[in-house]
Design a protein. Structure first.
Length: 351
C-alpha cells in the first residue's frame, strides 16, 4: 500500500511539472513601484520581498508581494546609477552603482534602507562596475570591465566590511574589445559551493568560470551573437550546479532574431545554442522559475518576454513590453525596466 501511494504521488507531481503551454496563463501584472528611474537592478528575495534599483540613486522594496512599494534614495548618491541590488529577508541589502571611476561604488543597509554605509568607492580611473552576486549575506563577488587586459573581480567574505580585489596575475586575459555589460545586474553568477561564472560581450561572447572561488579560471567560448560594441552575453543564470542559461544578442537591434540564447548542462564547460535563435530577439536577462506545478526559464528584453517549459528547445512569447531585468525566488518573480516599470509574474494552470 505504501508503494502504491508513493507511485501515485510521484505520478501526480510529475504530471504537474509537465504542464503543456496550452494549459498555462502566463502574464505580467504591472505594479506601482512609485519610481520614475530606469531600473536595471532587481532581487526577488521571497514571495513577499523584492528590491529594485536604478538611476538617480533610487531604490524601492516591497514586503507584501508588491501590493505596496517603499521607495528611497541613498544620501549623496543622486547622480549614481544603481545597476544591481542583492537583498535578504532580514532587511539587509547591497547596492552596486555602475560608472567610470568614482561613480562605481557599493553600499549596504541592514535596516531596510534607514541607513546606508558606503563600502566601496572605486578610485581606479579605468574601473567600471557591472554587477555582483551573493552566495549568502556575507559572501559576495562583484565584477567590472577589464583592467590591464584582465577581468576585474572583487570578493567579500565578511558581509562587505572588506572587499578584496583578486590579483591580476591570477586572472584570465581578455581579448581586445571584450568587456561586460551592466544591463541587468546579471552578467555574473555564483553556483555550487565555490563556483563563479562571468559573462562577456563585445568582440567575443565568452564565459569565465572558476570552481574554487577565483584561485583558478577557465574560459569558454559561446555561440551567442558578438563582434561589435552592442552585442554579446548580457546575462547568466543557474538552475542548479550544472544546468545554466545565457542570454544576450545585440541591444541596438533588439528585435533581430539570432543566436541570442545558449544552454550548458555541465556547469558552463560547454555552451550550445538552443531553440531560441528561431523566435527570440535580444534578451538582457534570464532567470529560472519553479514551483510544484510548473518549471520554466524566463527571459526579458526591450522587445518582449518569453518562457520555455522544455529547457530552451521552444520559447513562447507572452508579453511585448520592455523590461531590463527578471528574477525569481522559487515561484515568485518580478521584472523591472525603464521609467520605474515593475511587474510581477502571474502563472496559472487553466482548468
Amino acid at each position: 500500500m505504501r508503494i502504491f501511494f508513493q507511485l501515485l504521488i510521484l505520478f501526480f507531481v510529475t504530471g504537474l511539472q509537465h504542464v503543456n503551454a496550452r494549459q498555462l496563463s502566463v502574464k505580467w501584472e504591472i505594479q506601482k513601484s512609485t519610481l520614475t528611474s530606469s531600473l536595471r537592478g532587481l532581487c526577488a528575495v521571497s514571495e513577499n520581498v523584492a528590491w529594485v534599483s536604478g538611476t538617480k540613486g533610487k531604490y524601492a522594496f516591497t514586503r507584501d508581494g508588491g501590493k505596496s512599494w517603499q521607495r528611497g534614495s541613498v544620501p549623496g548618491a543622486d547622480s549614481l546609477d544603481f545597476r544591481d541590488v542583492e537583498a535578504f529577508a532580514n532587511g539587509t541589502a547591497y547596492l552596486l552603482s555602475a560608472g567610470p571611476g568614482g561613480a562605481s561604488r557599493i553600499y549596504k543597509t541592514t535596516d531596510w534602507g534607514a541607513a546606508w554605509k558606503k563600502q566601496v568607492h572605486n578610485q581606479l580611473e579605468k574601473a567600471f562596475f557591472n554587477a555582483f552576486d551573493f552566495r549568502d549575506d556575507r559572501n559576495g563577488v562583484a565584477a567590472g570591465d577589464p583592467i590591464e587586459g584582465r577581468i576585474f573581480i572583487l570578493q567579500t567574505s565578511d558581509g562587505g566590511e572588506n572587499w578584496r580585489r583578486l590579483p591580476l596575475d591570477g586572472l584570465p586575459k581578455v581579448k581586445d574589445g571584450e568587456y561586460g555589460f551592466a544591463a541587468s545586474g546579471s552578467n555574473i553568477a555564483v553556483f555550487g559551493e565555490k563556483g563563479i561564472a562571468l559573462a562577456s560581450g563585445g568582440s567575443v561572447a565568452r564565459v569565465f568560470r572558476t570552481t574554487d572561488r577565483g584561485k583558478s579560471w577557465s574560459v569558454v567560448a559561446s555561440p551567442l551573437v558578438s563582434g561589435n560594441a552592442s552585442s554579446g552575453i548580457f546575462s547568466i543564470a543557474f538552475k542548479d550546479e550544472n544546468i545554466s542559461m545565457i542570454a544576450g544578442g545585440d541591444y541596438q537591434k533588439d528585435g533581430q532574431l539570432g543566436i541570442n540564447l545558449a544552454r550548458s548542462v555541465d556547469g558552463g564547460r560547454k555552451w550550445e545554442s538552443i531553440g531560441g535563435q528561431k523566435s527570440v530577439g535580444f534578451r538582457s536577462c534570464v532567470a529560472w522559475r519553479q514551483d510544484a506545478k510548473t518549471a520554466m526559464w524566463v527571459v526579458v528584453g526591450t522587445s518582449g518576454s518569453d518562457y520555455s517549459l522544455d529547457e530552451g528547445k521552444t520559447w513562447i512569447r507572452f508579453d511585448e513590453g520592455s523590461f531590463n531585468a527578471v528574477d525569481f525566488a522559487g515561484s515568485a518573480g518580478w521584472a523591472a525596466g525603464a521609467q520605474g516599470r515593475v511587474a510581477k509574474l502571474h502563472v496559472q494552470v487553466k482548468k
